[in-house]
Ligand binder design. Sequence first.
Ligand code: ADP
Ligand code: ZN
Length: 731
Amino acid sequence: MSSPEFFDAGDPVAVVTDQPLDRVLDYAAPEGGCQPGAFVEVPLGPRKVLGVVWGAGQGGVARAKLRPVIRVLDVPPMREELQIFLRRAADYTLTPLSGMVRLATRAPGLGDPPSMRRVYRPGAHRPDRMTDARARVLAVLEDYGGLAFTLGELAEAAGVSTSVIKGLVKQGAVAEEETPRDRPYPRLDPALPGKPLTPEQAAAADALRAGLRAGGYGTTLLRGVTGSGKTEVYLESVAEALRQGRQALVLLPEIALTAEFLTRIAARFGAKPAEWHSGVTMTERRRAWKMVGQGGCEVVVGARSALFLPFRDLGLIVVDEEHDTSYKQEEGALYNARDMAVLRASICGARVILASATPSLESWVNAEAGKYDRLTLADRYGAAVMPELRAIDMRAERLPSDRWISQPLQAAVEARLARGEQALLFINRRGFAPVTLCRACGHQIGCEHCDARMVEHRFLKRLVCHQCGDTRPIPEACPACGAEGRLAPVGPGVERLTEEAQALFPEARLATLSSDLFGSARALKARVEEIAAGGADIVIGTQLVAKGHNFPELTLVGVIDADLGLQGSDLRAAERTFQLMRQVAGRAGRTEAPGVALLQTHQPEHPVIRAILSGDEEGFWRTEAAARRQAGVPPFGRMAGIVLSAPEMQAAFDLGNELARRDAPLRRAGAQVFGPAPAPIARIRGRHRVRLLVKAPRGVALQPAVADWIAQVKLPAQLRLTVDIDPQSFF
Ligand code: ADP
Ligand code: ZN
């Protein structure tokens, strides 16, 4: 794409808007002209919408008939690097370019003129009369050494009403001034000392630093058991990027982890970086978006969508816990942030660090093939060693049907309690019980809108659908047969396990950690810190606890059902189970006290369970890679999942059948289509769902073939079609 340096007023320009239209529209450049990449407001029908000047107009509309751009926004134009990235990401994921532009402009009020806010600082004069309240205000201002406060902040910090401050302003004892709302972030100082690294850590940090110094694109898989100091090591790369004056982006899989991480950055570099995720206020989002583009922000810590920020000079992207499934966006534009990080880095000449204790098979294969460099930290930092892993054969345990904690696990927990250490009981299921069954007629309570069972949540006193979020009170009578008092919970969830633990260990202090039990990331963080400080004896948790939280006193992990993830036909079932079990086990023994992980299983001889226990990670990946290669599935083959959904099942099937029949564009490219078949969850939110699966050998240009194939059919109004390239889950 070669575009002129500047468009004069009236020149035709091509604009991509953030509206769901798959078209680039021509407009006339506004009074004063505009640059390529300019963020603009344009008329679309009766509305004004946000867009980006993509390049020269495509012609086709007479110059005199073009509608003019309304105005150019007061932000730097989108760099060519980001335009190329969005275009390639759109092509890769078969998402309209407008969808990508939308991701890149997700900050409210971008078009607003730089607004001002009123702040308060110490004034030049003394007040005529000193009161307690006035003295507190002046003391706060002095304590913070001239830092500017808003009226509300100052009133709160001093514990006074705002009228006290206003009174001080009148007397000149407090100064009131206007400053731009979007302030630059404090500078981070790479010269502050990091922790002294172990020889193994230092070698890895040196190699990564050398990569950054060499410049240009490169990806490194940084493998290391939990607690080996991967974070310490990659912070040294962040320091190097800062020294080079380039920006760094650190992606984390879970918002709840950001707070702890920001504290680590602040400890290392003397100030906190920008945050970007759904828990950040709108004002902070806009500030981050603008400062990233203007150079007032050096490091961003955030969720996957931070990849679409308008960085000025991005030099490093870290994807922490790179195997984590939350990097795949499962709604709207279906992209995998790990893959898109590599794509963006390759375009803007940045380095990527993929950090994990249990990498994804994709990344492992890329490292094996030499596409990625590989660095390994084999040892835990300090005296900590990897926990010992053992299976508890549940076939030999005769537990009643409403009990899940085996005798050996119970004994192990008791031993920890006696020594004042912590234990974790892990079950990857939210709620009280996954099934509510009528003992009179056998009916299982399901969701009215989805093909899914309602899950009892006892803390909420409601049944909840985990697909659509619908809830209802737990009924007294069976909705099918009307029998009263015969509904019974079947199977365990984290809440039910808490109940069992309460009965078994009445003296122990329990803490239940499940994502739905906390109203906010802050509440969760507070609880996690409390537990880490010894505020609980037994932690009972879901997947949430597997991710990065550090509990120093924890020496025992009990996995209630290690077989849970192995059921089902997901091609990644083995990989996911292996990763999750190793991660959870890694929670034990992170300080001097050695840890033990006990896995309750009905199939201790299952190859995946054996691999988890033996800790032979290389062996596991080699076996798993061989099996996938044999089956021709990712990463050794390519896949695209198509979901058709409609209010009527038949309509979705009819279109599915038509697509299956008209598969010539796929066959020409060397791809094959399977289906249509009802999706594993055949109904969500009242829409019936039908799936097709496209498979192709590696090396086939899958996306253009799929695009041609789909373009053959016209979508009836009620029908929705989504394409998922490299699907991660098949629901
Ligand atoms: P990982 O990211 O691999 O799980 P971390 O970087 O979080 O590991 O390190 C685990 C713990 O060990 C952290 O509390 C960290 O501060 C500490 N640690 C790691 N390396 C060092 C070091 N060289 N000096 C001091 N503390 C370290
Ligand atoms: Zn539902």
